[in-house]
Design a protein. Structure first.
Length: 254
């Protein structure tokens, strides 16, 4: 898309600024142990993350590149560096996608542990050449016996999975399709009545076992009522592969 075709004059939200050049880079993303197992099994190829800035009711939201407004040294407004994200069709507001754009990568942070002799050390002080790493999602999650360390404290060198973004879009949470719910790595709920919560939202098209399972998963993570709130979410589709950076000390068994 030419700069002349892209929106200009949007206010970039979240205090993220817009002076940094748009360069391909890696970002960290957290996954629970069940979702890591789904990644390893190849059944999870999408993830949804709530937008921190929510479009107003009735807004039409577009996900693409745009040029946010910056103030030049002479005080004039001008297009800033290209940003990938979402903007509202009324031109009032825009937000950078915190997960990147298609072609960029996310490295997976997951719960992990190392040998008990290193339990007194923070992650930054661990020597990757000496400290072994095992993952709560398995396999062999309980062999080392060290303390469980939350995913948010996993250092980059201990990562074993990298996701390459294939597409990024935005949508309302409840708009998830059955196919996309399956791509989230859930196991469909087939028992009668399992999707009663979806019955009202979908006007009688209630038996959506994968979407129902995903609704339950969303509320386990985000709390009661978070599904019915129906927020706007980033929809990230990806392909999962092994971390190819040097990863000394981390268990690499399949």
């Amino acid at each position: 898309m030419d700069q002349s075709d892209q929106p200009f004059g949007l206010r970039l939200s979240e205090g993220l600024g817009c002076n940094a050049q748009a360069v391909a880079r890696e970002r960290a993303v957290l996954f629970s142990a069940p979702m890591v197992r789904a990644l390893l099994a190849g059944t999870k190829t999408q993830t949804r993350r709530q937008m921190s800035v929510q479009p107003h009711d009735g807004a039409e939201v577009v996900c693409d590149d745009f040029y946010p407004t910056v103030i030049a040294k002479n005080g004039d407004e001008e297009p800033g560096p290209e940003v990938f994200g979402a903007w509202w069709s009324d031109g009032e507001e825009a937000v950078r996608c915190p997960y990147g754009k298609p072609g960029e990568r996310l490295w997976v942070r997951e719960a992990w542990r190392t040998d008990p002799q290193f339990d007194c050390l923070p992650p930054r002080d661990l020597d990757p050449a000496v400290a072994p790493v095992q993952y709560e999602a398995g396999p062999h999650a309980d062999v080392l016996g060290g303390k469980l360390r939350p995913s948010m404290f996993m250092p980059r060198w201990a990562c074993r999975l990298v996701l390459t973004l294939e597409s990024v879009r935005v949508e309302r949470l409840n708009d998830i399709s059955e196919a996309d719910a399956l791509a989230e790595g859930v196991t469909p709920k087939w028992e009668p009545g399992c999707s009663g919560r979806l019955m009202e939202a979908f006007n009688g098209f209630s038996f959506r076992p994968a979407a129902s399972a995903y609704a339950d998963l969303w509320e386990q993570i985000n709390g009661p009522g978070s599904w019915s709130a129906n927020p706007w979410v980033w929809v990230l589709a990806f392909r999962c592969g092994p971390n190819l950076q040097p990863n000394v000390g981390a268990e690499r068994r399949p």
